[in-house]
Design a protein around this ligand. Structure first.
Ligand SMILES: [Zn+2]
Ligand SMILES: [Zn+2]
Length: 254
């Protein structure tokens, strides 16, 4: 009998999608473009020029198979002239060159969940390439990339940023208000004696966690800013401070 093609699953497709820090934090919908084969509209998928049709293969007489050998040693194989279809296209459709399908760039809308991570992979079942002969479609994988933000950085569900503080705030301690990525303001206590690079953690003020609920932390890294110029009064105050100080900051470097 004829060679009947088996149903097979369409291919999985993977695309990169760059979103802003805010979009990854709060979630968004975005469009990705996929090249997908579609049934040719000109020939309705037959591959034959309109007004013509497929003709019976002369090599195999329409069976789709040819046999080699004779008698009990004969064996059959799919006909190479018609690829086992039993018919051939003598006048191919100009639009699809006889393929019966054309590749089109198709936009697909995907939901990016709140808390999407940099390099994270989202799976959209059945949104990949269509299957053949009744097989199911493959899956679409979207790898999210987070575009750089002016000062926030994502570390998984945690969000970090550098907080400039003055030498006086670092030495004396202070309470400052910082912006959290969810749009709220957070009061942050800087302890006296805070070293440059010290990380202060605000629990639950990071990005939403994709699994298990809750949110990551906001990690605020102190960065001490040294004044580029001093007034006379500031200079005198610092010289007085220095004269009072017996701290040996280089004791371990000898
Ligand atoms: Zn066509
Ligand atoms: Zn044939």
């Amino acid at each position: 009998g004829r060679h009947t093609p088996q149903p097979h699953r369409g291919q999985d497709v993977q695309v990169d999608l760059t979103v802003s820090f805010e979009q990854a934090f709060s979630g968004t919908t975005a469009k990705v473009e996929l090249d997908r084969p579609e049934t040719c509209a000109i020939c309705s998928g037959s591959g034959a020029r309109p007004g013509t049709s497929r003709t019976t293969c002369r090599v195999c007489g329409g069976s789709g198979q040819t046999s080699d050998g004779q008698g009990m040693f004969a064996f059959s194989r799919p006909c190479t002239a018609c690829a086992g279809a039993g018919s051939v296209i003598e006048n191919p459709c100009a639009a699809c060159r006889g393929a019966g399908s054309v590749v089109r760039r198709k936009p697909i809308t995907v939901n990016v969940p709140a808390g999407a991570t940099d390099g994270g992979k989202l799976r959209f079942k059945g949104k990949g390439q269509p299957g053949a002969s009744g097989g199911p479609s493959g899956d679409l994988y979207v790898v999210t990339r987070i575009a750089p933000h002016a000062f926030y950085r994502r570390e998984g569900a945690d969000v970090t940023f550098d907080l400039p503080i003055t030498f006086a705030e670092a030495a004396l301690g202070a309470e400052v208000t910082v912006p959290a990525p969810d749009g709220t303001k957070v009061k942050l206590k800087i302890p006296s004696g805070t070293a440059s690079g010290k990380v202060m953690r605000v629990r639950g003020k990071g990005a939403p966690k994709l699994k298990g609920g809750g949110a990551g932390d906001l990690k605020v890294r102190a960065r001490i800013v040294v004044p580029e110029s001093l007034t006379d009064a500031q200079r005198e105050a610092l010289e007085a401070f220095s004269a009072e100080s017996d701290q040996d900051v280089r004791a371990h470097i000898r």
